[in-house]
Design a protein around this ligand. Structure first.
Ligand code: CTP
Length: 395
């Protein structure tokens, strides 16, 4: 529940996208937010106010004259955030010019909280100079203007102007409410598997998807950090706003980690780096011949251990330990041998932990001797727990 206890004023204007505001309301509630709705008269032509009233559990504020005269002021003071989704060209223009002819525009002017706008209009309307100017004015007023999606529009045209999908809007709201506890900090995260080439068509690798490290990078960005993500081969989508460095092998991981380590305040090594690599890479495809085949492997350099040996004063170093047995004992050894501030232990014996799942169950062991066990949680919450531990170590 990322939005637990947050009070959100949901403004709805007259656009075909207003039906999506119903789903948006549901998503916000699922995240724990309390939502009250204000609609323009045109919005009510698309979706009945009864739908929003039933779902939000509060009467919808839709007519300036059908409520207590000061209802707009009360609502404007109540919210932690005012979200107008969809925002039509007409309402944008009214907001930009301070017009106040309906319940929504009145709440907008009365609101003390930040305002987020999710525009929705046709392709040529969003690119019109008048709309662009209104959007710029609203940004100058301090409003948060979300981008629009590109795609198939209700007018049957293709292009910019679609309102963002409700899930994406919720992500922006989540970003907005996340305290920027890592502002000004530089974090490097390693994530994913590595691939050790055998010949031009084969490699050795492991089951890591990179998900845990990717989510840590995402959450760290949300908390205001400047993030460098060293990411092994994975098909998962990569987070926005990170300095992404794609790597293939353990040797690549070492090379880039060495280049970037000096500039970091915090380093989190979540990658499942190969411990061994083929002694030789064949330049041509290895052909099948005899009944058995022996592969000579040599040890890779331990990236985390190498970096820990030149760790600068004040840098925070976090490692992972994925174990199948003697978990605590093995994790403690890694904590000491790699000079970590703390180690995040996952056990493959725990259901819902490990590779390619959306949940994880971790235990954090720190260099002061504390051992903290966490319950099974979605990886996003696990990432937040890890970063909260990091924040607790900052001066
Ligand atoms: N690690 C690394 N470079 C390697 C191997 C591991 O940076 N070549 C890092 C991992 O990212 C992780 C930590 O070291 O943060 C522990 O990795 P893990 O594979 O659990 O342990 P190993 O030290 O490789 O020991 P073992 O495989 O014997 O458990």
């Amino acid at each position: 529940m990322n939005l637990a206890g947050k009070k959100i004023i949901l403004g709805v204007t007259g656009s075909i996208a207003s039906y999506k505001a119903v789903f948006l309301l549901r998503l916000l509630q699922k995240e724990g937010a309390e939502v009250r709705v204000v609609m323009t008269p045109d919005a009510e032509r698309f979706v009945g106010s009864l739908t929003f009233a039933s779902l939000s559990g509060f009467p919808v504020f839709s007519g300036l004259w059908s409520h207590e005269w000061s209802a707009h002021v009360e609502m404007g003071l109540w919210g932690d955030l005012m979200l107008v989704a969809p925002t039509t060209a007409n309402t944008l223009a009214k907001f930009a010019n301070g017009l106040c002819d309906n319940a929504l525009t009145a709440v907008y002017l009365a609101a003390k909280c930040p305002v987020m706008l999710a525009p929705a209009m046709d392709r040529d309307m969003i690119t019109h100079l008048a709309t662009r100017r209104n959007l710029e004015t609203l940004i100058q007023y301090g409003n948060i203007v979300l981008p629009t999606d590109s795609g198939y529009l209700a007018s049957k045209l293709e292009g910019e102007g679609r309102m963002l999908e409700p899930e994406n809007i919720v992500t922006y709201i989540h970003d907005f409410f996340t305290p920027k506890l890592l502002k000004g900090k530089k974090i490097m995260v390693t994530a994913g598997p590595t691939q050790e080439a055998l010949d031009p068509v084969r490699y050795l690798s492991n089951h890591s998807s990179g998900k845990m490290g990717i989510v840590i990078a995402e959450e760290a960005t949300r908390m205001g950090a400047e993030v460098t993500l060293l990411l092994g081969p994975t098909t998962l989508p990569v987070p926005k706003n990170v300095n992404l460095i794609r790597v293939i092998s353990a040797a690549d991981m070492l090379r880039y980690a060495t280049v970037h380590a000096d500039f970091q305040d915090i380093m989190i090594y979540a990658a499942a780096v190969a411990d061994y690599t083929p002694e030789q890479i064949s330049e041509i495809k290895i052909k099948k011949k005899s009944e058995d085949f022996t592969l000579n492997l040599i040890k890779t350099v331990d990236v985390l251990k190498t970096i820990s040996e030149t760790k600068k004063q004040g840098q925070i170093l976090v490692g992972f330990a994925l174990e199948t047995d003697n978990e605590i004992e093995n994790a403690k050894k890694k904590l000491v041998s790699k000079s970590l501030d703390f180690v995040v232990l996952n056990s493959l014996r725990d259901k819902g932990a490990g590779f390619a799942v959306d949940t994880n169950k971790i235990t954090i062991l720190d260099n002061k001797g504390n051992i903290e066990e966490y319950r099974l949680k979605p990886k996003q919450e696990v990432a937040r727990d890890i970063l909260t531990k990091v924040v607790s170590l900052l001066d």
